[in-house]
Design a binder for this molecule. Structure first.
Ligand SMILES: [Cu+2]
Length: 496
C-alpha cells in the first residue's frame, strides 16, 4: 500500500476515506514521510512526517516512550525534532505546473518563491513580484524557529518535502554528527567540527545528532541554503539563503540580540557518505539480472514542445485505458504509458543502470525497496552513458593505466572482475543522478508488487518522468497479493 495512483490504487476521491494498512518490517526504522501521489497535490502541502522508532533492544518495553530509547542509546541523544523543509510557491501547484508546460517557457523549471519549515516560513512582503501578488501580513519578526533545551543532545530528523530544490543546512554553533540517510545508518565521520550538511534533494531524509550548550554569549542560528544549481532563471521574490534563530529555553540571551549568518566550518557531502560497514556486508559481488534505462525530458514538435519526461520510449501517466490500477491488470492490458522492467518469480539481486541524458540532474526514488548505489557518474562533455552489455568498463571507473603502464588492465571477462568500490556504496531509496551521467543501483527484488521508479522533482514526475519495476514473485502468491491489494484499493475501475 504505497499510494501510487494508477499503480497500486485509485486516487482517493474527494469526500471519501481510505485506510492504509502497512506492515513495517521488524528491522526497519528511521525517518520517512507520507505525501500525495496523485497529480501535484504534494506541492500544495499534502504531506507529513512518518517516524518509525527502533524497538528497544531489551524486552523491558512498556510503551512508546521507552521504545524510542533503542536508537537514543545507540546514537546517544535525549530528545528529537522533526524538520519538514521544502521550497514553496505562492501559487497553487496546478498553476505552477501549467506554467512549466507552456512551450514558451522552454522546460525551465519554475523557481520557487520561498521555503517552509514545518509548514511556516518568513517572507518579506515587499519582495513579491507584481505578476504574483501575495496576500501578505507584516508581523513583528519572531525568528525563534527552533526552541531547544540547553545542554541537551538532539536527534534532528530532516526531510526535503520540496517540489524542486535541494538544500543544505548550516548551524552557527552546533556540530553535526550524521547518523542516517534515507533511514539507513551511515558510516560515522571521524572529523570534528562539521556544522554543515547537504545537499538534501527532494524525497531524501537525513538524521543527525547535535548537542546544545548553555555557555553562550550570543544566540545560535541555523541557515537553510536552497541549492540554486537547478534554477535556470532568477526569481527576484526568492531569498534562497534563510537564517533562523535557535532559541535556547531558559537562556539569558535577550531576543533583541541579533543572530548572525552562520559560516561553514566543515561540510559533509551526503553523496560521499557510505552506509555503515555492517549494512554493506549484505551486498553481493554480482547481481543476477541487469536492466538499463535511459531518461530525459523531451520537448517534441509532435507534442507542441510541451516538456515530457521519458524513460526509454515511454512517458508515464497513471494507467487509464482501462482505468484500473496496474496491480489488478494483466501485463498485456497495461496502456502505452506503462514502461516496466520485470523480475522473475524468485527473489533476485538486480542491477538497475539509469542513464540520465539531460543537462540537469534528477533525484530518483524507488518504491518498495532500498537500493545500493554502486556508482554515480557525471560527464561534463558528451554523454556519460553506461551500457553494461557493450561497455567493458563503466565510464569514470576505467582502469588507471597511467599509474603503471606496464601492468595489464583488469579483464572485464574475468568472473572475479569488479569495477565498483563496495566500501563506498550507500544503501538509499533516493539517488541524485547528475547531468549527462548514470547511476548503478543494486537491489534485492524481494517485495512482490508493481513499484514506481520516478524523479522526485514534482514537475518532472507530473510530466511523466517515471517507470515501473514489476517484482513478480511467486505467480500464485502474486495473484493472491494483487487481488488483496486491489480489493483494499476499492476494487476495479477508478472513478474518472
Ligand atoms: Cu527530474
Amino acid at each position: 500500500m504505497d499510494g501510487a495512483a494508477g499503480v497500486s490504487q485509485c486516487p482517493i476521491a474527494p469526500g471519501t476515506q481510505f485506510t492504509y494498512n502497512v506492515t513495517i518490517p521488524a528491522d526497519q526504522s528511521g525517518t520517512f514521510w507520507y505525501h500525495a501521489h496523485s497529480g501535484v497535490s504534494r506541492g500544495d502541502g499534502l504531506y507529513g512526517g512518518l517516524v518509525i522508532h527502533a524497538p528497544a533492544a531489551k524486552s523491558t518495553v512498556r510503551g512508546l516512550m521507552s521504545r524510542a530509547r533503542g536508537d537514543a542509546q545507540k546514537f546517544n541523544y535525549e530528545k528529537e525534532l522533526l524538520l519538514l523543509i521544502g521550497d514553496w510557491y505562492h501559487r497553487p501547484a496546478k498553476d505552477v505546473l501549467a506554467w512549466y508546460k507552456l512551450p514558451g517557457n522552454f522546460a525551465n523549471e519554475p523557481v520557487p518563491d520561498s521555503l517552509l519549515v514545518n509548514g511556516v516560513g518568513h517572507f518579506e512582503c515587499s519582495m513579491a513580484v507584481p505578476a504574483r501578488p501575495v496576500d501578505c501580513i507584516e508581523t513583528l519578526a519572531n525568528t525563534s524557529f527552533l526552541d531547544l533545551d540547553p545542554d541537551t543532545a538532539y536527534r534532528i530528523r530532516v526531510v526535503n518535502t520540496g517540489a524542486l530544490a535541494g538544500f543544505s543546512l548550516v548551524f552557527d554553533k552546533e556540530n553535526i554528527d550524521l547518523i542516517q540517510v534515507d533511514s539507513i545508518d551511515v558510516k560515522r565521520s571521524q572529523q570534528e567540527d562539521i556544522n554543515s550538511a547537504g545537499i538534501l534533494f527532494p524525497g531524501q531524509r537525513m538524521d543527525f545528532a547535535i548537542r546544545t550548550s548553555s555557555q553562550q554569549e550570543s544566540p545560535s542560528s541555523m541557515m537553510i541554503k536552497l541549492d540554486q544549481g537547478c534554477f535556470k532563471y532568477i526569481n527576484p521574490a526568492l531569498t534562497p539563503d534563510q537564517t533562523f534563530r535557535i532559541h535556547y529555553r531558559s537562556a539569558s540571551i535577550s531576543s533583541a540580540v541579533q543572530i548572525t549568518t552562520p559560516e561553514v566550518r566543515n561540510h559533509i557531502n551526503l553523496d560521499d557518505v557510505p552506509s555503515s560497514p555492517s549494512i554493506l556486508q549484505d551486498l553481493p559481488p554480482k547481481a543476477q539480472q541487469t536492466q538499463v534505462a535511459y531518461t530525459k525530458i523531451q520537448k517534441m514538435a509532435r507534442n507542441h514542445n510541451i516538456p515530457e519526461g521519458y524513460f526509454n520510449q515511454s512517458t508515464w501517466k497513471p494507467q487509464n485505458d482501462p482505468p484500473v490500477p496496474l496491480i489488478g491488470l494483466p501485463r498485456q492490458r497495461w496502456d502505452a504509458n506503462q514502461f516496466a522492467f520485470s523480475t522473475g518469480p524468485e527473489a533476485a539481486w538486480v542491477d538497475l543502470v539509469v542513464n540520465n541524458l539531460d543537462e540537469g540532474p534528477h533525484p530518483f526514488h524507488l518504491h518498495g525497496h532500498h537500493f545500493y548505489i554502486l556508482a554515480v557518474h557525471e560527464s561534463s562533455y558528451g554523454w556519460g552513458s553506461y551500457n553494461p552489455f557493450t561497455d567493458p568498463y563503466p565510464p569514470g571507473l576505467e582502469p588507471d593505466t597511467d599509474s603503471d603502464p606496464e601492468a595489464a588492465p583488469p579483464d572485464p571477462e574475468d568472473p572475479s572482475f569488479q569495477p565498483y568500490n563496495f566500501s563506498r556504496a550507500a544503501l538509499r531509496d533516493t539517488v541524485q543522478i547528475p547531468s549527462r551521467g548514470y547511476a548503478v543501483l543494486r537491489f534485492r527484488a524481494d517485495n512482490p508488487g508493481v513499484w514506481l521508479f520516478h524523479c522526485h522533482i514534482l514537475w518532472h514526475l507530473a510530466t511523466g518522468m517515471a517507470m515501473l519495476i514489476d517484482v513478480m514473485g511467486d505467480p500464485a502468491g502474486r495473484v493472491a497479493h494483487d487481488v488483496a491489494m486491489l480489493a483494499a484499493a476499492g476494487g476495479g475501475l477508478c472513478p474518472v
